[in-house]
Write a protein that binds this ligand. Structure first.
Ligand code: PEP
Ligand code: MG
Length: 323
């Protein structure tokens, strides 16, 4: 394995022509954050909050959640904290939450769909997030940089319903400013991103599920999953659409699926106009150092070629030095 010298870990990911990418961490709870910061993470880009719900044998109380989110905010000291609301169902059941047995759980009630079924549970999570933000806000040295996003959104009415629920909770606890966004992990969301963009602050592309739903290949399939490479041009084109939509409405786009840490993928994503790359903690040092070796001009030319390539293999054959 290639090791990145300790001194270099804290350097930002700035391309040779001076464009900075934000490189942040995927974590499942606050106890992973210190390690992430030590490895050069500039914040948390995906807090998979479902793990907090799984740790407890029942739904964590608002107070328990406030403690957990508060710990994250105090470690982050004003760095971004992107929290994904409860994303269960599909491959991630919650033992204490009754769910109907479904023939195709990945095409069933998961993520935002489950939150619409149990709106009070989502409201309690939002309340906890806002309360932990308000508590951190009292500390001058620890201004919270909270961003909340919903998983598995496929339709604008779904988005509006969850946004309204958030507004209702905010009305009861005013005074905190935070960003609200959604994950793009279903093709309908990418294809309709221009409709969503005026109503939100950011998109975070989940390339793991987006690939599963675009290629119609189960993300854990024992033999087919090798064919479901998230660098496939069909995925890159959807990310490009999402970036264009966000750009027209002062929004921004991050990527929090596996592609963000891919050696070729991270450069192409930068070239497509993605601003934030969120990845597993251990991938951070090397991804940052790779981004420091290319120019944005090269990344853009490579991204353009990738969009028109015929296959994932053809994209993988592209080399930054050829651009
Ligand atoms: C994704 O789908 O790409 C993603 C980041 O979310 P998860 O892997 O937790 O489903
Ligand atoms: Mg997902």
């Amino acid at each position: 394995a290639i090791r990145v010298a300790h001194d270099n870990r804290m350097k930002p990911a700035i391309t040779t022509d001076g464009v900075q990418l934000e490189v942040v961490a995927n974590v499942t709870n606050s106890s992973q954050i210190q390690k992430a910061l030590d490895l050069g993470a500039e914040g948390v880009g995906l807090y998979r909050s479902e793990f907090v719900y799984m740790e407890f044998g029942r739904e964590p109380t608002v107070e328990q959640q406030v403690t957990e989110y508060g710990q994250a905010l105090s470690l982050l000291q004003g760095r971004p904290f992107v929290v994904r609301t409860l994303d269960v169902g599909g491959d991630k059941p919650l033992p204490y939450l009754p769910m109907e047995t479904e023939e195709n759980p990945f095409l069933g009630i998961r993520g935002a769909r489950l939150s619409r079924l149990y709106p009070d549970m989502l409201k309690r999570q939002l309340e906890a997030l806002i309360k932990s933000g308000l508590a951190a806000d009292k500390d001058e040295n620890n201004k919270p940089n909270l961003k909340i996003m919903f998983p598995m959104i496929c339709d604008i009415h779904e988005w509006r319903e969850l946004k309204q629920m958030t507004a209702d909770v905010v009305n009861d606890h005013t005074g905190l400013s935070f960003e609200l966004g959604m994950m793009v992990e279903i093709p309908s969301a990418a294809l309709m991103s221009d409709i969503f963009a005026p109503e939100l602050d950011f998109f975070s592309v989940g390339t793991n599920d987006l690939t599963q739903y675009t290629m119609a290949i189960d993300r854990g399939h024992p033999t087919l999953s090798a064919m479901a490479d998230p660098i496939h041009p069909s995925i890159l084109r959807q990310i490009k659409m999402t970036v264009d939509s966000a750009d027209s409405h002062n929004g921004w786009v991050g990527v929090c699926g596996e592609l963000a840490a891919d050696p070729v993928g991270s450069i192409i994503l930068a070239g497509l106009g993605v601003k934030e790359l969120s990845m597993s903690v251990k991938a951070i040092p090397l991804t940052k150092s790779r981004l420091r070796e290319v120019s944005m001009k090269q990344a853009q030319a490579m991204a353009e070629a990738a969009l028109y390539a015929e296959s994932a293999q053809a994209v993988r054959a592209l080399k930054p030095e050829d651009f």
